[in-house]
Design a protein around this ligand. Structure first.
Ligand SMILES: CC(=O)N[C@H]1[C@@H](OP(=O)(O)OP(=O)(O)OC[C@H]2O[C@@H](n3ccc(=O)[nH]c3=O)[C@H](O)[C@@H]2O)O[C@H](CO)[C@@H](O)[C@@H]1O
Ligand SMILES: C=C(OP(=O)(O)O)C(=O)O
Length: 433
C-alpha cells in the first residue's frame, strides 16, 4: 500500500515546473505508430499512464528508446496482430487510441475495452464506433471484452457529426483518418489543447489536418507519414491543480512551463475567488493572501471550465466564504470524492450533477482515499490545507497523471512524504484489523 502522509496547514511558496500534458502524451505516443521511421517525442511526462502506453507499444513489438528523462524515440514498425494483454489495456483510458491507429495503418484492430477513471457509470464509446463505421470499418464487441474493427478495403474519408463533444472520439477518428483515402470532416469536434497538440504532431510528420481547435476538423488522407520531432505541450490540469492548491493553502507560487492561454478559464475563476494571478509568457504567478470568496463553476468542454479541475476547485471552495454551486456538465457522476471531504469537515450537499458547497473556516486532517486521479489530487489539496496529519491512500491512481507530485510540493514547502508499505505487511495489518 502506498500513501501520502501530509502534515498540512502551511502555505505554499516558491517555484514549480509543469510537466508535459498527460492527455496529449497518451495520444501522441501511440500516434507515432502511424509514422514510417522514428519519431522523437520530447517533454513526455513520467507518469503511470505513459509508462503503460509505452508497455502496450512494446507488446506490439515496437522499438522504444528513452533518449533522456523526458524524451522517447518510437519506431513506426509493429506486429499489429500481437494480442495486448487485457489487464494492460484496461488500466488506462487512452489504450483505445490503438483502435484508430491500427485500423488507420493496418486496416484491422483487436484490442480490449479500455479502463481509466471510474465515474460511477459506463464511459461509452458509441461515437468512436459511429465514426469508424462511417469510414468503412465494421466494428463488433467480441468475447472477453475485445473490440474488433476491420476495413479489408481500407478506410475512406467521411463526414462525421458527433452527437456529443468527445475528446476520445475526436482523437480516435483523427488517428484513423490521416492515412485514409480522401477527406474526413469531423463536426462538433472537441477543441481541447491536446487535440491541437495531436494535430500539430501529425502535421509535423506529414499529415494534412486543418481546423484543430475549432469544432470542424478536416483531415485529408496522405499516403504515408515520415519521422520527425515533436515536443508535448505543458499539462493544463497539472498547472491548474497547483493553482487550486495555492488558493486553498495561501502563499505565492510561480508556476513555470505553462501556456497561460490554456489556463484562462481557471485563472478567471480563481480571480473571482480573490486569488491574484499575474500572467507572463510561459509562467503564471499565483498569490493568495486574503480570504477566499465563493464562486459558481460549471464544467464544460474546452474552452469551458475543465471537468478534470472540478474536484480540485471544489476543494478550494470548501474554504471560501459563502455558498458556491458547482455543476458537473461533462460526466454523470464525478462527486464521489466529496464524501471524503465531508469527513474532513467540509459542508457539501450533492444532488445529481450539482454540488452545493457551504464554506467552512477550516478542514480537519483525516485518513482519506483517492477514488480516482483528480479526486486524489483534491485529497492532496485538502490535506495541504488542513491542520494536522492527513493520510491519502490509493495514491497510485494520482500517479497515473502527476509527475513527481510529492517532490514538487515539498519544493514549495509542503511537509509531506510518500510512504510505501510492502503488500505483505499491509495485508497482514488488514487481517489483524
Ligand atoms: C485520456 C483523456 O484524454 N481523458 C480525458 C477525456 O476522456 P474521454 O475522451 O473519455 O471523454 P469524452 O470527451 O469522450 O467524454 C465526454 C462526454 O461524452 C460522453 N461520450 C463520450 C464518448 C462516446 O462515444 N459517447 C459519449 O456519450 C461521455 O460519457 C462524457 O459524458 O476527456 C474527458 C473530458 O474532458 C476528461 O475528463 C478525460 O480526462
Ligand atoms: C479522467 C481522467 O483521465 P482518464 O480519461 O485517462 O481516465 C483525467 O485525466 O482526469
Amino acid at each position: 500500500m502506498t500513501k501520502y502522509v501530509i502534515n498540512g496547514g502551511k502555505p505554499l511558496n516558491g517555484e514549480v515546473t509543469i510537466s508535459g500534458a498527460k492527455n496529449a502524451a497518451v495520444a501522441i505516443v501511440p500516434a507515432a505508430l502511424l509514422v514510417d521511421g522514428p519519431c522523437r517525442i520530447e517533454n513526455v511526462p513520467k507518469i503511470i499512464d505513459v509508462t503503460l502506453q509505452l508497455e502496450i507499444l512494446r507488446e506490439l513489438g515496437v522499438s522504444i528508446r528513452l533518449l533522456n528523462a523526458s524524451t522517447v524515440e518510437v519506431s513506426g514498425d509493429c506486429m499489429p496482430d500481437a494480442k495486448i494483454p487485457y489487464d494492460l489495456m484496461r488500466k488506462i483510458r487512452a489504450s483505445y487510441y490503438l483502435i484508430g491507429v491500427l485500423l488507420g495503418k493496418y486496416h484491422k484492430a483487436e484490442v480490449a475495452m479500455p479502463g481509466g477513471c471510474n465515474f460511477g457509470g459506463i464511459r461509452p464509446i458509441d461515437q468512436h464506433i459511429k465514426g469508424f463505421e462511417a469510414m468503412g470499418a465494421t466494428v463488433s464487441i467480441r468475447e472477453g471484452g475485445y473490440i474488433h474493427a476491420e476495413a479489408p478495403n481500407g478506410l475512406h474519408g467521411a463526414h462525421i457529426y458527433f452527437d456529443v463533444v468527445s475528446v476520445g472520439a475526436t482523437i480516435n477518428i483523427m488517428l484513423a483518418a490521416v492515412l485514409a483515402e480522401g477527406m474526413t470532416v469531423i463536426e462538433n469536434a472537441a477543441k481541447e489543447p491536446h487535440i491541437v497538440d495531436l494535430a500539430n504532431f501529425l502535421n509535423a510528420m506529414g499529415a494534412d489536418v486543418k481546423g484543430a481547435g475549432t469544432d470542424v476538423i478536416k483531415i485529408r488522407g496522405v499516403k504515408k507519414l515520415h519521422g520527425g520531432t515533436h515536443s508535448i505541450i505543458p499539462d493544463q490540469i497539472e498547472a491548474g491543480t497547483f493553482m487550486a492548491a495555492v488558493a486553498a493553502t495561501g502563499g505565492q507560487v510561480l508556476i513555470k512551463n505553462v501556456i497561460p492561454k490554456h489556463l484562462e478559464c481557471i485563472t478567471a475563476k480563481l480571480n473571482e475567488m480573490g486569488v491574484e494571478i499575474t500572467e507572463f509568457d510561459d509562467s503564471v504567478l499565483v498569490r493568495r493572501t486574503g480570504k477566499l470568496h465563493k464562486a459558481n463553476i460549471k464544467t464544460l468542454p474546452y474552452p469551458g471550465f475543465p471537468t478534470d479541475m472540478q474536484p480540485q476547485m471544489t476543494t478550494a471552495l470548501c474554504l471560501a466564504e459563502g455558498t458556491s454551486i458547482v455543476t458537473e456538465g461533462v460526466w454523470d457522476n464525478r462527486y464521489r470524492y466529496t464524501e471524503e471531504l465531508v469527513r474532513m469537515g467540509a459542508n457539501i450537499h450533492v444532488d445529481g450533477k450539482i454540488a452545493v458547497v457551504e464554506g467552512v473556516t477550516e478542514l480537519k486532517a483525516a485518513p482519506v482515499r483517492a477514488f480516482d486521479l483528480r479526486a486524489g489530487a483534491a485529497m492532496v489539496i485538502a490535506g495541504l490545507a488542513a491542520k494536522g496529519v492527513t493520510e491519502v491512500e490509493q495514491v497510485t491512481l494520482i500517479e497515473r497523471g502527476y509527475e513527481n507530485l510529492v517532490e514538487k510540493l515539498v519544493g514549495l514547502g509542503a511537509d509531506m512524504y510518500r510512504s510505501e508499505i510492502p503488500d505483505t505487511v499491509s495485508n497482514s495489518m488488514a487481517t489483524a484489523n
